[in-house]
Design a protein around this ligand. Structure first.
Ligand SMILES: *[C@@H]1O[C@H](CO)[C@@H](O)[C@H](O)[C@H]1NC(C)=O
Ligand SMILES: *[C@@H]1O[C@H](CO)[C@@H](O)[C@H](O)[C@H]1NC(C)=O
Ligand SMILES: *[C@@H]1O[C@H](CO)[C@@H](O)[C@H](O)[C@H]1NC(C)=O
Ligand SMILES: *[C@@H]1O[C@H](CO)[C@@H](O)[C@H](O)[C@H]1NC(C)=O
Ligand SMILES: *[C@@H]1O[C@H](CO)[C@@H](O)[C@H](O)[C@H]1NC(C)=O
Ligand SMILES: *[C@@H]1O[C@H](CO)[C@@H](O)[C@H](O)[C@H]1NC(C)=O
Ligand SMILES: *[C@@H]1O[C@H](CO)[C@@H](O)[C@H](O)[C@H]1NC(C)=O
Length: 318
């Protein structure tokens, strides 16, 4: 029983030591700002904060600075916990440096405003890709991606005057168009129809693979579908960072990413956001956040108590 308790205490101590090291390494600013109340604690915190700031500001010579600061740490026994914190910070700066050079290929996000006469009825922002499935010259199914340019023009805008009427527009670009129709049902609006036409002649890379000169792609939302595409409450904007795909005919898909849109605008401005991820699973995310917070608070408390005990012990020895 006594051994088990000791083991538990030792484990808590190790975890807390690691955490205090991480906390001191992560937040050096409040430590430097707080006036030194006790001389023993101030010297410990400044010694740990100093190598962190130097490693962040200069990523190049951080290996030399850590090696020089690591030497006094090994000579002084109480500040041995500072050593893992500096070693964990150093690789994070080195991994950040190469990630800035290769820019991830992001499809251009368009920002289209739909208005008829003086009435703005929809705002549509998204990165749209038509993933075309086609038969090549050997009758083999192939795929070809057509990215809708962000500067595609809005054609044929129709702003329904009442809730019963649909809202539609066409995004026109050199290789074709993507037309969308939105409908309202009770207090919800959704994407009801997609009609796309692709001009293969305008896409030499596609034209050389197929005998077809053009492609007509359509999508219609199922009338009895429980999960309608791009559905949101009237008066709110639909926001979806996660990519979505609508199945068009003949194996083609319409890929949407970084969607922020709203149909049936009353004052021409986007309403409060309705997120496709968080609003569809309302129970799971708050639970995870609450659980994480509770765990964090408990660990902070343990770390605080252990640090205080250690500091008290340090005082006694001095
Ligand atoms: C979209 O365009 C409107 C003006 O047409 C502008 O006010 C708004 O800031 C733009 N939004 C984004 C995310 O580009
Ligand atoms: C649109 O607004 C202008 C003035 O800003 C006005 O002259 C014009 O008649 C309006 N058109 C419609 C269809 O309401
Ligand atoms: C491809 O299929 C069509 C019928 O779908 C046929 O008429 C044509 O001969 C086929 N071509 C080849 C190269 O197999
Ligand atoms: C409209 O919503 C009702 C329930 O809210 C549903 O029964 C009906 O099928 C919907 N109609 C369409 C066309 O989506
Ligand atoms: C299709 O693209 C070709 C090449 O850009 C162009 O000459 C032709 O007019 C286009 N067809 C239509 C119907 O727009
Ligand atoms: C589209 O292709 C069909 C044959 O597949 C052709 O008859 C039609 O004229 C084409 N339309 C345009 C606008 O090029
Ligand atoms: C879809 O496939 C069918 C049969 O393969 C073909 O008749 C039709 O033209 C295709 N539609 C489009 C838009 O390519």
């Amino acid at each position: 029983m006594a051994i088990a308790r000791q083991c538990l205490l030792v484990t808590i101590f190790i975890v807390a030591t690691l955490f205090t090291g991480a906390i001191q390494g992560a937040e050096p600013i409040p430590d430097s700002k707080t006036p030194p109340t006790t001389p023993s604690t101030s010297t410990v915190t400044t010694s740990t904060a100093a190598p962190d700031t130097t490693t962040i500001s200069t990523p190049g010579p951080d290996t030399t600075t850590t090696s020089t600061t690591a030497k006094p740490d090994t000579t002084t026994p109480p500040s041995t916990t500072a050593a893992p914190s500096t070693t964990t910070v150093a690789p994070s700066t080195t991994t950040l440096a190469p990630s800035t050079t290769p820019a991830p290929p992001q499809p251009a996000v368009g920002n289209w405003t739909i208005h008829q006469d003086n009435h703005t009825c929809a705002i549509f922002r998204a990165a749209i890709t038509v993933k075309l499935a086609f038969d090549d010259k050997a009758n083999k199914t192939q795929h070809f991606d057509i990215k809708v340019p962000y500067n595609a023009t809005v054609g044929d805008p129709k702003c329904g005057q009442s809730a019963n009427e649909s809202i539609s527009f066409s995004l026109e670009f050199p290789a074709g168009h993507v037309a969308m129709t939105f409908k309202q049902n009770h207090s919800q609006y959704y994407l009801q129809e997609v009609h796309s036409w692709i001009n293969a002649t305008a896409l030499p890379d596609l034209a050389k693979q197929t005998n077809a000169t053009n492609f007509t792609l359509t999508y219609t939302a199922g009338a009895a579908a429980s999960n309608l595409p791009l559905e949101a409450s009237v008066g709110r904007s639909y926001v979806c960072g996660a990519p979505a795909a609508l199945a068009l005919n003949n194996g083609s898909t319409l890929a949407l990413a970084s969607v922020t849109y709203q149909a049936y605008l009353s004052d021409g401005k986007l309403g409060p956001e309705q997120n496709c991820v968080t609003d569809s699973s309302p129970d799971m995310i708050p639970m995870l956040v609450a659980g994480g917070l509770i765990l964090f608070v408990v660990l902070i408390l343990v770390a605080y108590i252990v640090t205080r005990q250690r500091q008290a012990r340090g005082y006694h020895s001095m």
